[in-house]
Ligand binder design. Structure first.
Ligand SMILES: [Zn+2]
Length: 393
C-alpha cells in the first residue's frame, strides 16, 4: 500500500462542502492502487485510487470524486444495475445513467469533478430522473460520434454497476454495515435539511426514500394483517371442542371436528408523549376498516400503552377507544398485556412511533405487526412485520 497524496485535504474539502455526507466521505476506505488509471468504488465502501492520477487533481476535484463515488453506494447503483440486467455490453450506458442521476443536483451544489462529468442534458434528458430511466433512454438512442462515453477515470467501479472488476479486493464493510452507514448518511441528510434547508433536492428525496420507502402503507398493512390472520386461520386443526356430525353414529366416542379458528386480535396503541394523535387515529381507523372488511371487527381489542398498559377495551368502533397515558414508553409492556388476554390474541398490531424498547423475541404463538408512525420512526425488531405509516402529504 503506497501513500495517497491529497486524500486528507480532499476529504476536508468534501466534508466542508457537503457536511451532510461527512459520514460517508470518512466511512469509505481509500487505498492507493498504482497503475489503476482510475478511481473506483466497490459495494463494500472500498475506494481504489491511482495515486498518479489523483496527484494531478486539486483538493476540490479529488474531494468531488470521493463524494460522487460515495453517492454510487448510497444510491444502491450496483444492486439496481443487477435488477436492470445490465451486462458488460451495456455497462457504459448504465454508468453514464448512474452518473447523471448523481451529478444533476450535486454539480449545481458545488461538485467540481475533473473532466466532463455526465449530465442528463448531454443526452437530451431532464434532471431529477432515475438512472433506470436514463439507461432506457441511452439504450434507445443510436450511438453517435459524440457518445464517446466518460473519460477512463470515470469507470466508477463495481459499486456503480455490480460487475466485478479485476481490481476488486476482499475486505470492506459487511453488507449489513454498509447498509447501516447508508442509513446513517440518510438520517444526517434529513436532519441537515430540517436545520439548514440547503440539501440538493434529489439527495433529500433519496434520503427520505431510504428512511421511509414511499409505498402505500395501507396496502402493506392490509397484506401483513391478512398474512398474519391467514397463518393462524390456515392452521386448521383438529379440535375436540365441537363434536363432528359423525359423533352421533359412534356412541360414546367424541370425534374431533375440523374447525377453522377465527383468530383473536389485539391492537396496542402507543400513547406516550411523543406520539402524534392525528397519525395514531389515522392508523387505528385503518386497522379497524381492514378488520371490518375481513369480517373480524368483533374480534378487536384495543390497549393503550405508554410505560405500562391500560385495560383492554373490546370495541365495535375505534372511535370508542380512550387513549390514556403520556409518560414513558414500553411497547413490551403492551405486548405482554395483549398476551395475557383471554382468549389470547393470535395477532397483535402495535401502533407506535418506534421510540420504545422491545422484547428480545416475539411473544410465543402471537404474530406481531408493527405500524411505525411518523417519518423518523426507528426500525422495529426483526421478529415483527413492520409497516411504515408516514405523515400524510
Ligand atoms: Zn460515477
Amino acid at each position: 500500500m503506497s501513500e495517497l497524496p491529497g486524500l486528507a485535504a480532499a476529504r476536508i474539502w468534501a466534508a466542508a462542502r457537503f457536511p451532510y455526507l461527512a459520514s460517508g466521505i470518512f466511512g469509505a476506505q481509500v487505498t492507493a492502487v498504482p497503475g489503476l488509471d482510475s478511481v473506483a468504488i466497490d459495494e463494500r465502501w472500498q475506494l481504489s485510487a491511482d495515486p498518479e492520477l489523483v496527484a494531478g487533481w486539486s483538493a476540490a476535484q479529488f474531494g468531488s470524486v470521493l463524494v460522487h463515488h460515495v453517492c454510487h453506494i448510497l444510491r444502491h447503483h450496483s444492486e439496481r444495475a443487477l435488477a436492470t440486467a445490465v451486462t458488460k455490453d451495456d455497462s457504459r450506458q448504465w454508468l453514464s445513467a448512474a452518473d447523471a442521476e448523481i451529478n444533476d443536483d450535486l454539480i449545481p451544489a458545488g461538485l467540481e469533478l475533473p473532466g466532463n462529468p455526465v449530465l442528463p442534458r448531454h443526452f437530451g434528458a431532464d434532471d431529477g430522473r432515475l438512472a433506470e430511466e436514463y439507461f432506457a433512454l441511452l439504450k434507445r438512442r443510436e450511438a453517435g460520434p459524440e457518445d464517446e462515453g466518460p473519460a477512463a477515470w470515470l469507470d466508477c467501479g463495481s459499486g456503480a454497476d455490480g460487475l466485478p472488476r479485476a481490481s476488486d479486493r476482499p475486505g470492506g464493510l459487511d453488507p449489513w454495515l454498509a447498509d447501516l452507514l447508508r442509513r446513517q448518511v440518510a438520517e444526517e441528510v434529513v436532519r441537515y435539511a430540517k436545520q439548514a434547508g440547503t440539501v440538493p433536492a434529489g439527495l433529500l428525496r433519496w434520503a427520505r426514500d431510504v428512511l421511509a420507502p414511499r409505498v402505500d402503507w395501507r396496502r402493506l398493512l392490509a397484506a401483513e394483517l391478512r398474512r398474519a390472520i391467514a397463518d393462524v386461520a390456515g392452521a386448521a386443526d383438529y379440535s375436540y371442542r365441537r363434536p363432528s356430525r359423525r359423533a352421533a353414529a359412534v356412541s360414546g366416542v367424541v370425534l374431533p371436528a375440523l374447525r377453522r379458528p377465527v383468530p383473536e386480535l389485539a391492537v396496542v396503541c402507543d400513547t406516550s408523549g411523543s406520539m402524534s394523535e392525528e397519525l395514531l387515529a389515522m392508523a387505528l381507523a385503518e386497522v379497524e376498516g381492514l378488520l371490518r372488511a375481513l369480517g373480524m371487527a368483533r374480534q378487536l381489542r384495543v390497549l393503550a400503552c405508554d410505560a405500562a398498559a391500560g385495560p383492554a377495551q373490546r370495541v365495535s368502533s375505534t372511535r370508542q377507544v380512550t387513549l390514556t397515558g403520556g409518560g414513558g414508553t414500553n411497547m413490551g409492556a403492551g405486548l405482554a398485556a395483549a398476551y395475557a388476554l383471554r382468549p389470547r390474541p393470535a395477532v397483535a398490531v402495535v401502533l407506535t412511533d418506534g421510540y420504545t424498547p422491545w422484547p428480545d423475541a416475539a411473544p410465543k404463538g402471537m404474530r406481531v405487526v408493527a405500524g411505525l408512525l411518523g417519518d423518523d420512526a426507528p426500525e422495529a425488531p426483526r421478529w415483527a412485520r413492520a409497516v411504515r405509516v408516514p405523515f400524510p402529504g
